[in-house]
Write a protein that binds this ligand. Structure first.
Ligand code: ZN
Ligand code: ZN
Length: 284
């Protein structure tokens, strides 16, 4: 069964988008109001004022790029550091049970094309706190964004990933989801056992995401989707695995019929063997 996240406040956003070329460039230039948390010349951390859940924040490189591969290594690493730091801040202030973290590219749910990382806290019981109050708490705890992260997790050689049959490569681990959301659904995991994005070092995280970009480009060149969702879940969130996984899911148009909507069943028009051969060849 799909988990349903009700976010009625987003309805207003869908109806009333500010009229600027790019919302995030507008925010950077101070032309658009937002609940900002932190900004320097390489990163912006803001609250999503139309959140999926209370405490939802966004980490945004201020330079207008639409694809993570347009980032220079230094910028990419800095942005990923702030994804980890953002998670730490949300954890400290909101005490959620888990997280969804993701990027939407192209026509796959991204209402703003300017690259941004969504950090969505998930709760067993959604707290009833006003946005203004959450903003104050984030500002009060903003030092968490500068705190050094503790690298945790275990060495390589865990057994979690050995159950996957369609393994394209092993470090980072690149493999197919055996219950794919769409054709071309690929997963990237660190070879080392970590269950939370904050347990990775900066260089491990950058290396992992550079692999994600490579896989995404391969999937793009094979399947030509209209957009792409890249995301991970951890903690007590539906479908989150003990070993951290980054899902790369191409989106097509149209893609759902009655089987998906009523039958709760994805129809994937390619076998895993076919997908495996194509991805393996494209990744070389
Ligand atoms: Zn922009
Ligand atoms: Zn593991």
């Amino acid at each position: 069964m799909y988990d349903v996240l009700f976010a009625p406040s987003r309805g207003r956003y869908i109806g009333e988008k500010p009229k600027v070329d790019c919302l995030f460039c507008g925010i950077r230039k101070g032309e658009v109001w937002t609940r900002g948390i932190y900004q320097d010349d390489q990163i912006m951390v803001i609250m999503n004022i139309f959140p999926y859940s209370p405490g939802h924040i966004q980490v945004i490189p201020p330079r207008h790029v639409e694809d993570p591969k347009e980032l220079y290594d230094g910028e990419f690493e800095y942005a990923l550091d702030f994804v980890q730091r953002g998670v730490s801040l949300v954890r400290e202030v909101m005490r959620p049970d888990g997280f969804n973290i993701g990027i939407n590219l192209g026509k796959a749910g991204a209402s703003v094309s300017h690259l941004h990382f969504q950090i969505v806290p998930r709760y067993k019981r959604t707290p009833k706190i006003e946005q203004e109050e959450i903003h104050k708490m984030y500002l009060k705890n903003v030092n968490v964004l500068k705190r050094e992260l503790e690298i945790k997790g275990r060495e390589k050689g865990c057994k979690c990933l050995s159950r996957y049959g369609y393994v394209v490569k092993k470090d980072p681990f690149v493999y197919l989801s055996e219950s794919p959301y769409n054709r071309g659904h690929v997963i990237v995991s660190p070879a080392r056992h970590v269950s939370d994005v904050c347990e990775l070092s900066s260089s491990e995280l950058l290396r992992l995401f550079k692999e994600v970009v490579k896989v995404k480009d391969s999937v793009n060149s094979i399947y030509h989707p209209v957009g792409m969702n890249i995301g991970m879940n951890f903690g007590d969130v539906p479908n989150s695995s003990e070993h951290l996984q980054i899902h790369i899911i191409p989106r097509y148009d149209p893609e759902s019929g009655f089987m998906e909507v009523i039958g709760n069943t994805r129809v994937v028009v390619e076998s895993l063997d076919q997908t495996y051969e194509r991805i393996k060849e494209a990744l070389g």
